[in-house]
Design a protein around this ligand. Sequence first.
Ligand code: HEC
Ligand code: HEC
Length: 373
Amino acid sequence: MKNIPSISIAALLIFGSIALLTNCKKDAELPYKYEADVLKLPEQPFVYRDQPLPPHMSHLQFTLQNKVTDHGATLGRVLFYDPKLSLNNKIACASCHLQEKGFADVARFSTGFDGALTKRNASSITNPADMQTFFWDAREDNLKEMVLQPIKNHIEMGMDNFDALEKKLGLLDYYKPLFQNAFGDETVTRDRIAEAMSQFLTSMVSANSRFDAAIPSSWGVQNPGALTAEEQHGLHLFFGQAQCGVCHNPNSSQDFFNETFADIGLDQNPVDKGLGANAPGMDGLFKIPSLRNIALTAPYMHDGRFATLEEVVDHYNNNIEASANLHWTLKDFNGQPVRMGLSETDKKALVTFLKAMTDQQYINDPKFADPFK
Ligand code: HEC
Ligand code: HEC
């Protein structure tokens, strides 16, 4: 008789731990619950890793599957939209990178946490997975390191003490399940912040414009009928007479930039030296930006000097300056800035073609949208 209680205690213990184990297993299968009153997130995460890609963008599949998890990108998305990442809780990445504007800013220069203006126009964010360098002067080549730059930047977010940032986010309950789901426990580290945010950026794939509909394979324009006659005229100018495609070259990735820099003769003596600030002899060279969603990302150029695409086309057509490092494509046989001689109809067609690069799905996609709303 004496043994019975200890047996039942043992049985209870065993039963209890089995129950506990099965419970744990269940929890591991289901994601940890998000704080529904703070964040609007689906119970099962959106699909970031295995996104459907059209054939001409399928080269991104490898990157997505190697670098991105759905929970990691979900955490990255919350961080991207959270003003708590700035020193005074006022500015998020998304304050300057607006989804409805192709993740660019409408202002020529963006306002940082303390009211100061950025020195350059905020870049759009489209297919960073395809980019080897970041920023107008290409000063960063590692996405994971890049994402910490705006957080500590004294104009943008001002949060240069990463110990304090880790502590601050660690005290916010809504991050606990997010870090748990993404990394297996609640610990907030700067490395995990960078990792999750770079996963989210890597997942930001834009590949559903009308131009994409015209190139269902990676072998060039296969289906020109997807474009109007005017857009097709613009396309021919883009790759022909106007030579835009020499620099904004979609051949390898259909992404409208190739990994290089150029001086397009905006100023004879550039005030902002671009790459030249760090590399002597390279004054006036800037990263060749992607033209995806370009109709949404005005104003244009590193300093946002052009308000419209018409002004951009006028620059290339007739206003190029004889800068020291002007790219050969933009010079005539005498080494002078080229005058393209595009007619009004040509210029209009070129702009219409650029507008076919808008990807409505990308700018309305809930998996890239503000989770705090
Ligand atoms: C106050 C406005 C502001 C905030 C906040 C901000 N950015 Fe930016 N972002 C900019 C500006 C301006 C540039 C261009 C800077 C340059 O080239 O020198 C830029 C450039 C970028 C680029 C480069 C894109 C390319 O094609 O090279 C990426 C990516 C980016 N930002 C991501 C982020 C992320 C992630 C955050 C949050 C951690 C963030 N930004 C916060 C204004 C901002
Ligand atoms: C020699 C290479 C080169 C050629 C040719 C070229 N571009 Fe560019 N493009 C660039 C570079 C570099 C920039 C960024 C310049 C800067 O901000 O200083 C740029 C910027 C732009 C922008 C603004 C992008 C933004 O995000 O603000 C547009 C639009 C554009 N180009 C369209 C065109 C069109 C249309 C043509 C043909 C008429 C063309 N480009 C020809 C290199 C080139």
